[in-house]
Design a protein. Sequence first.
Length: 202
Amino acid sequence: MKNYIDLKTLALILCILLTPSQILANPLLFEKAGIIAPKISKIAPGFKLRNIQGNIIQLSDFKGKIVLVNFWATWCAACIEEMGSMQNLYGNLKKQGVEIVAISIDRWNEDRIIEYADKNKLNFHILRDPDQKVRKQYYVMGLPTSYLIDGEGKIRGYASGARTWDSLASQNALLSLKGNAALAELATEKLSMRMNHTLRKN
């Protein structure tokens, strides 16, 4: 008796083999990076804020791209700690369609924000939310808090506390949202986790 595989079985096997591995591995990649995936992916709240150059930036400007939205403040030590790794991440993945939008909730420290960005050569998007209206839209209760938004504008993950954003795990978690096989390759990997920092009035 000859062994054979019918066409339906063969088609099923091919579908499994050809499915991008990172789509299947998304939960694992997120877990390694310390990112929590929501049970249901909802559209991220839209916003329109001024950046530190005085220009209006809105979330819809980044349609079709993967966006890391990070809420921070100059007085938040954990926020400052992760900024360097965010800059490295941006340098590594910008050409692959990944954007970073760092929203400062400082109320009166605009000059301090600009000084910090210039001193540390941060060239990703830094916006100001002095009235903290956007912070409230995103239900941010502690700093830093980050959201991963896909090309369709849906929230696909969030992280509370500092992360090493230039780690292999973090970069692969972001790239997995693109739905292709472009995963990051780094020589070294570091992963640091910080306890959540509650907001204080300033």
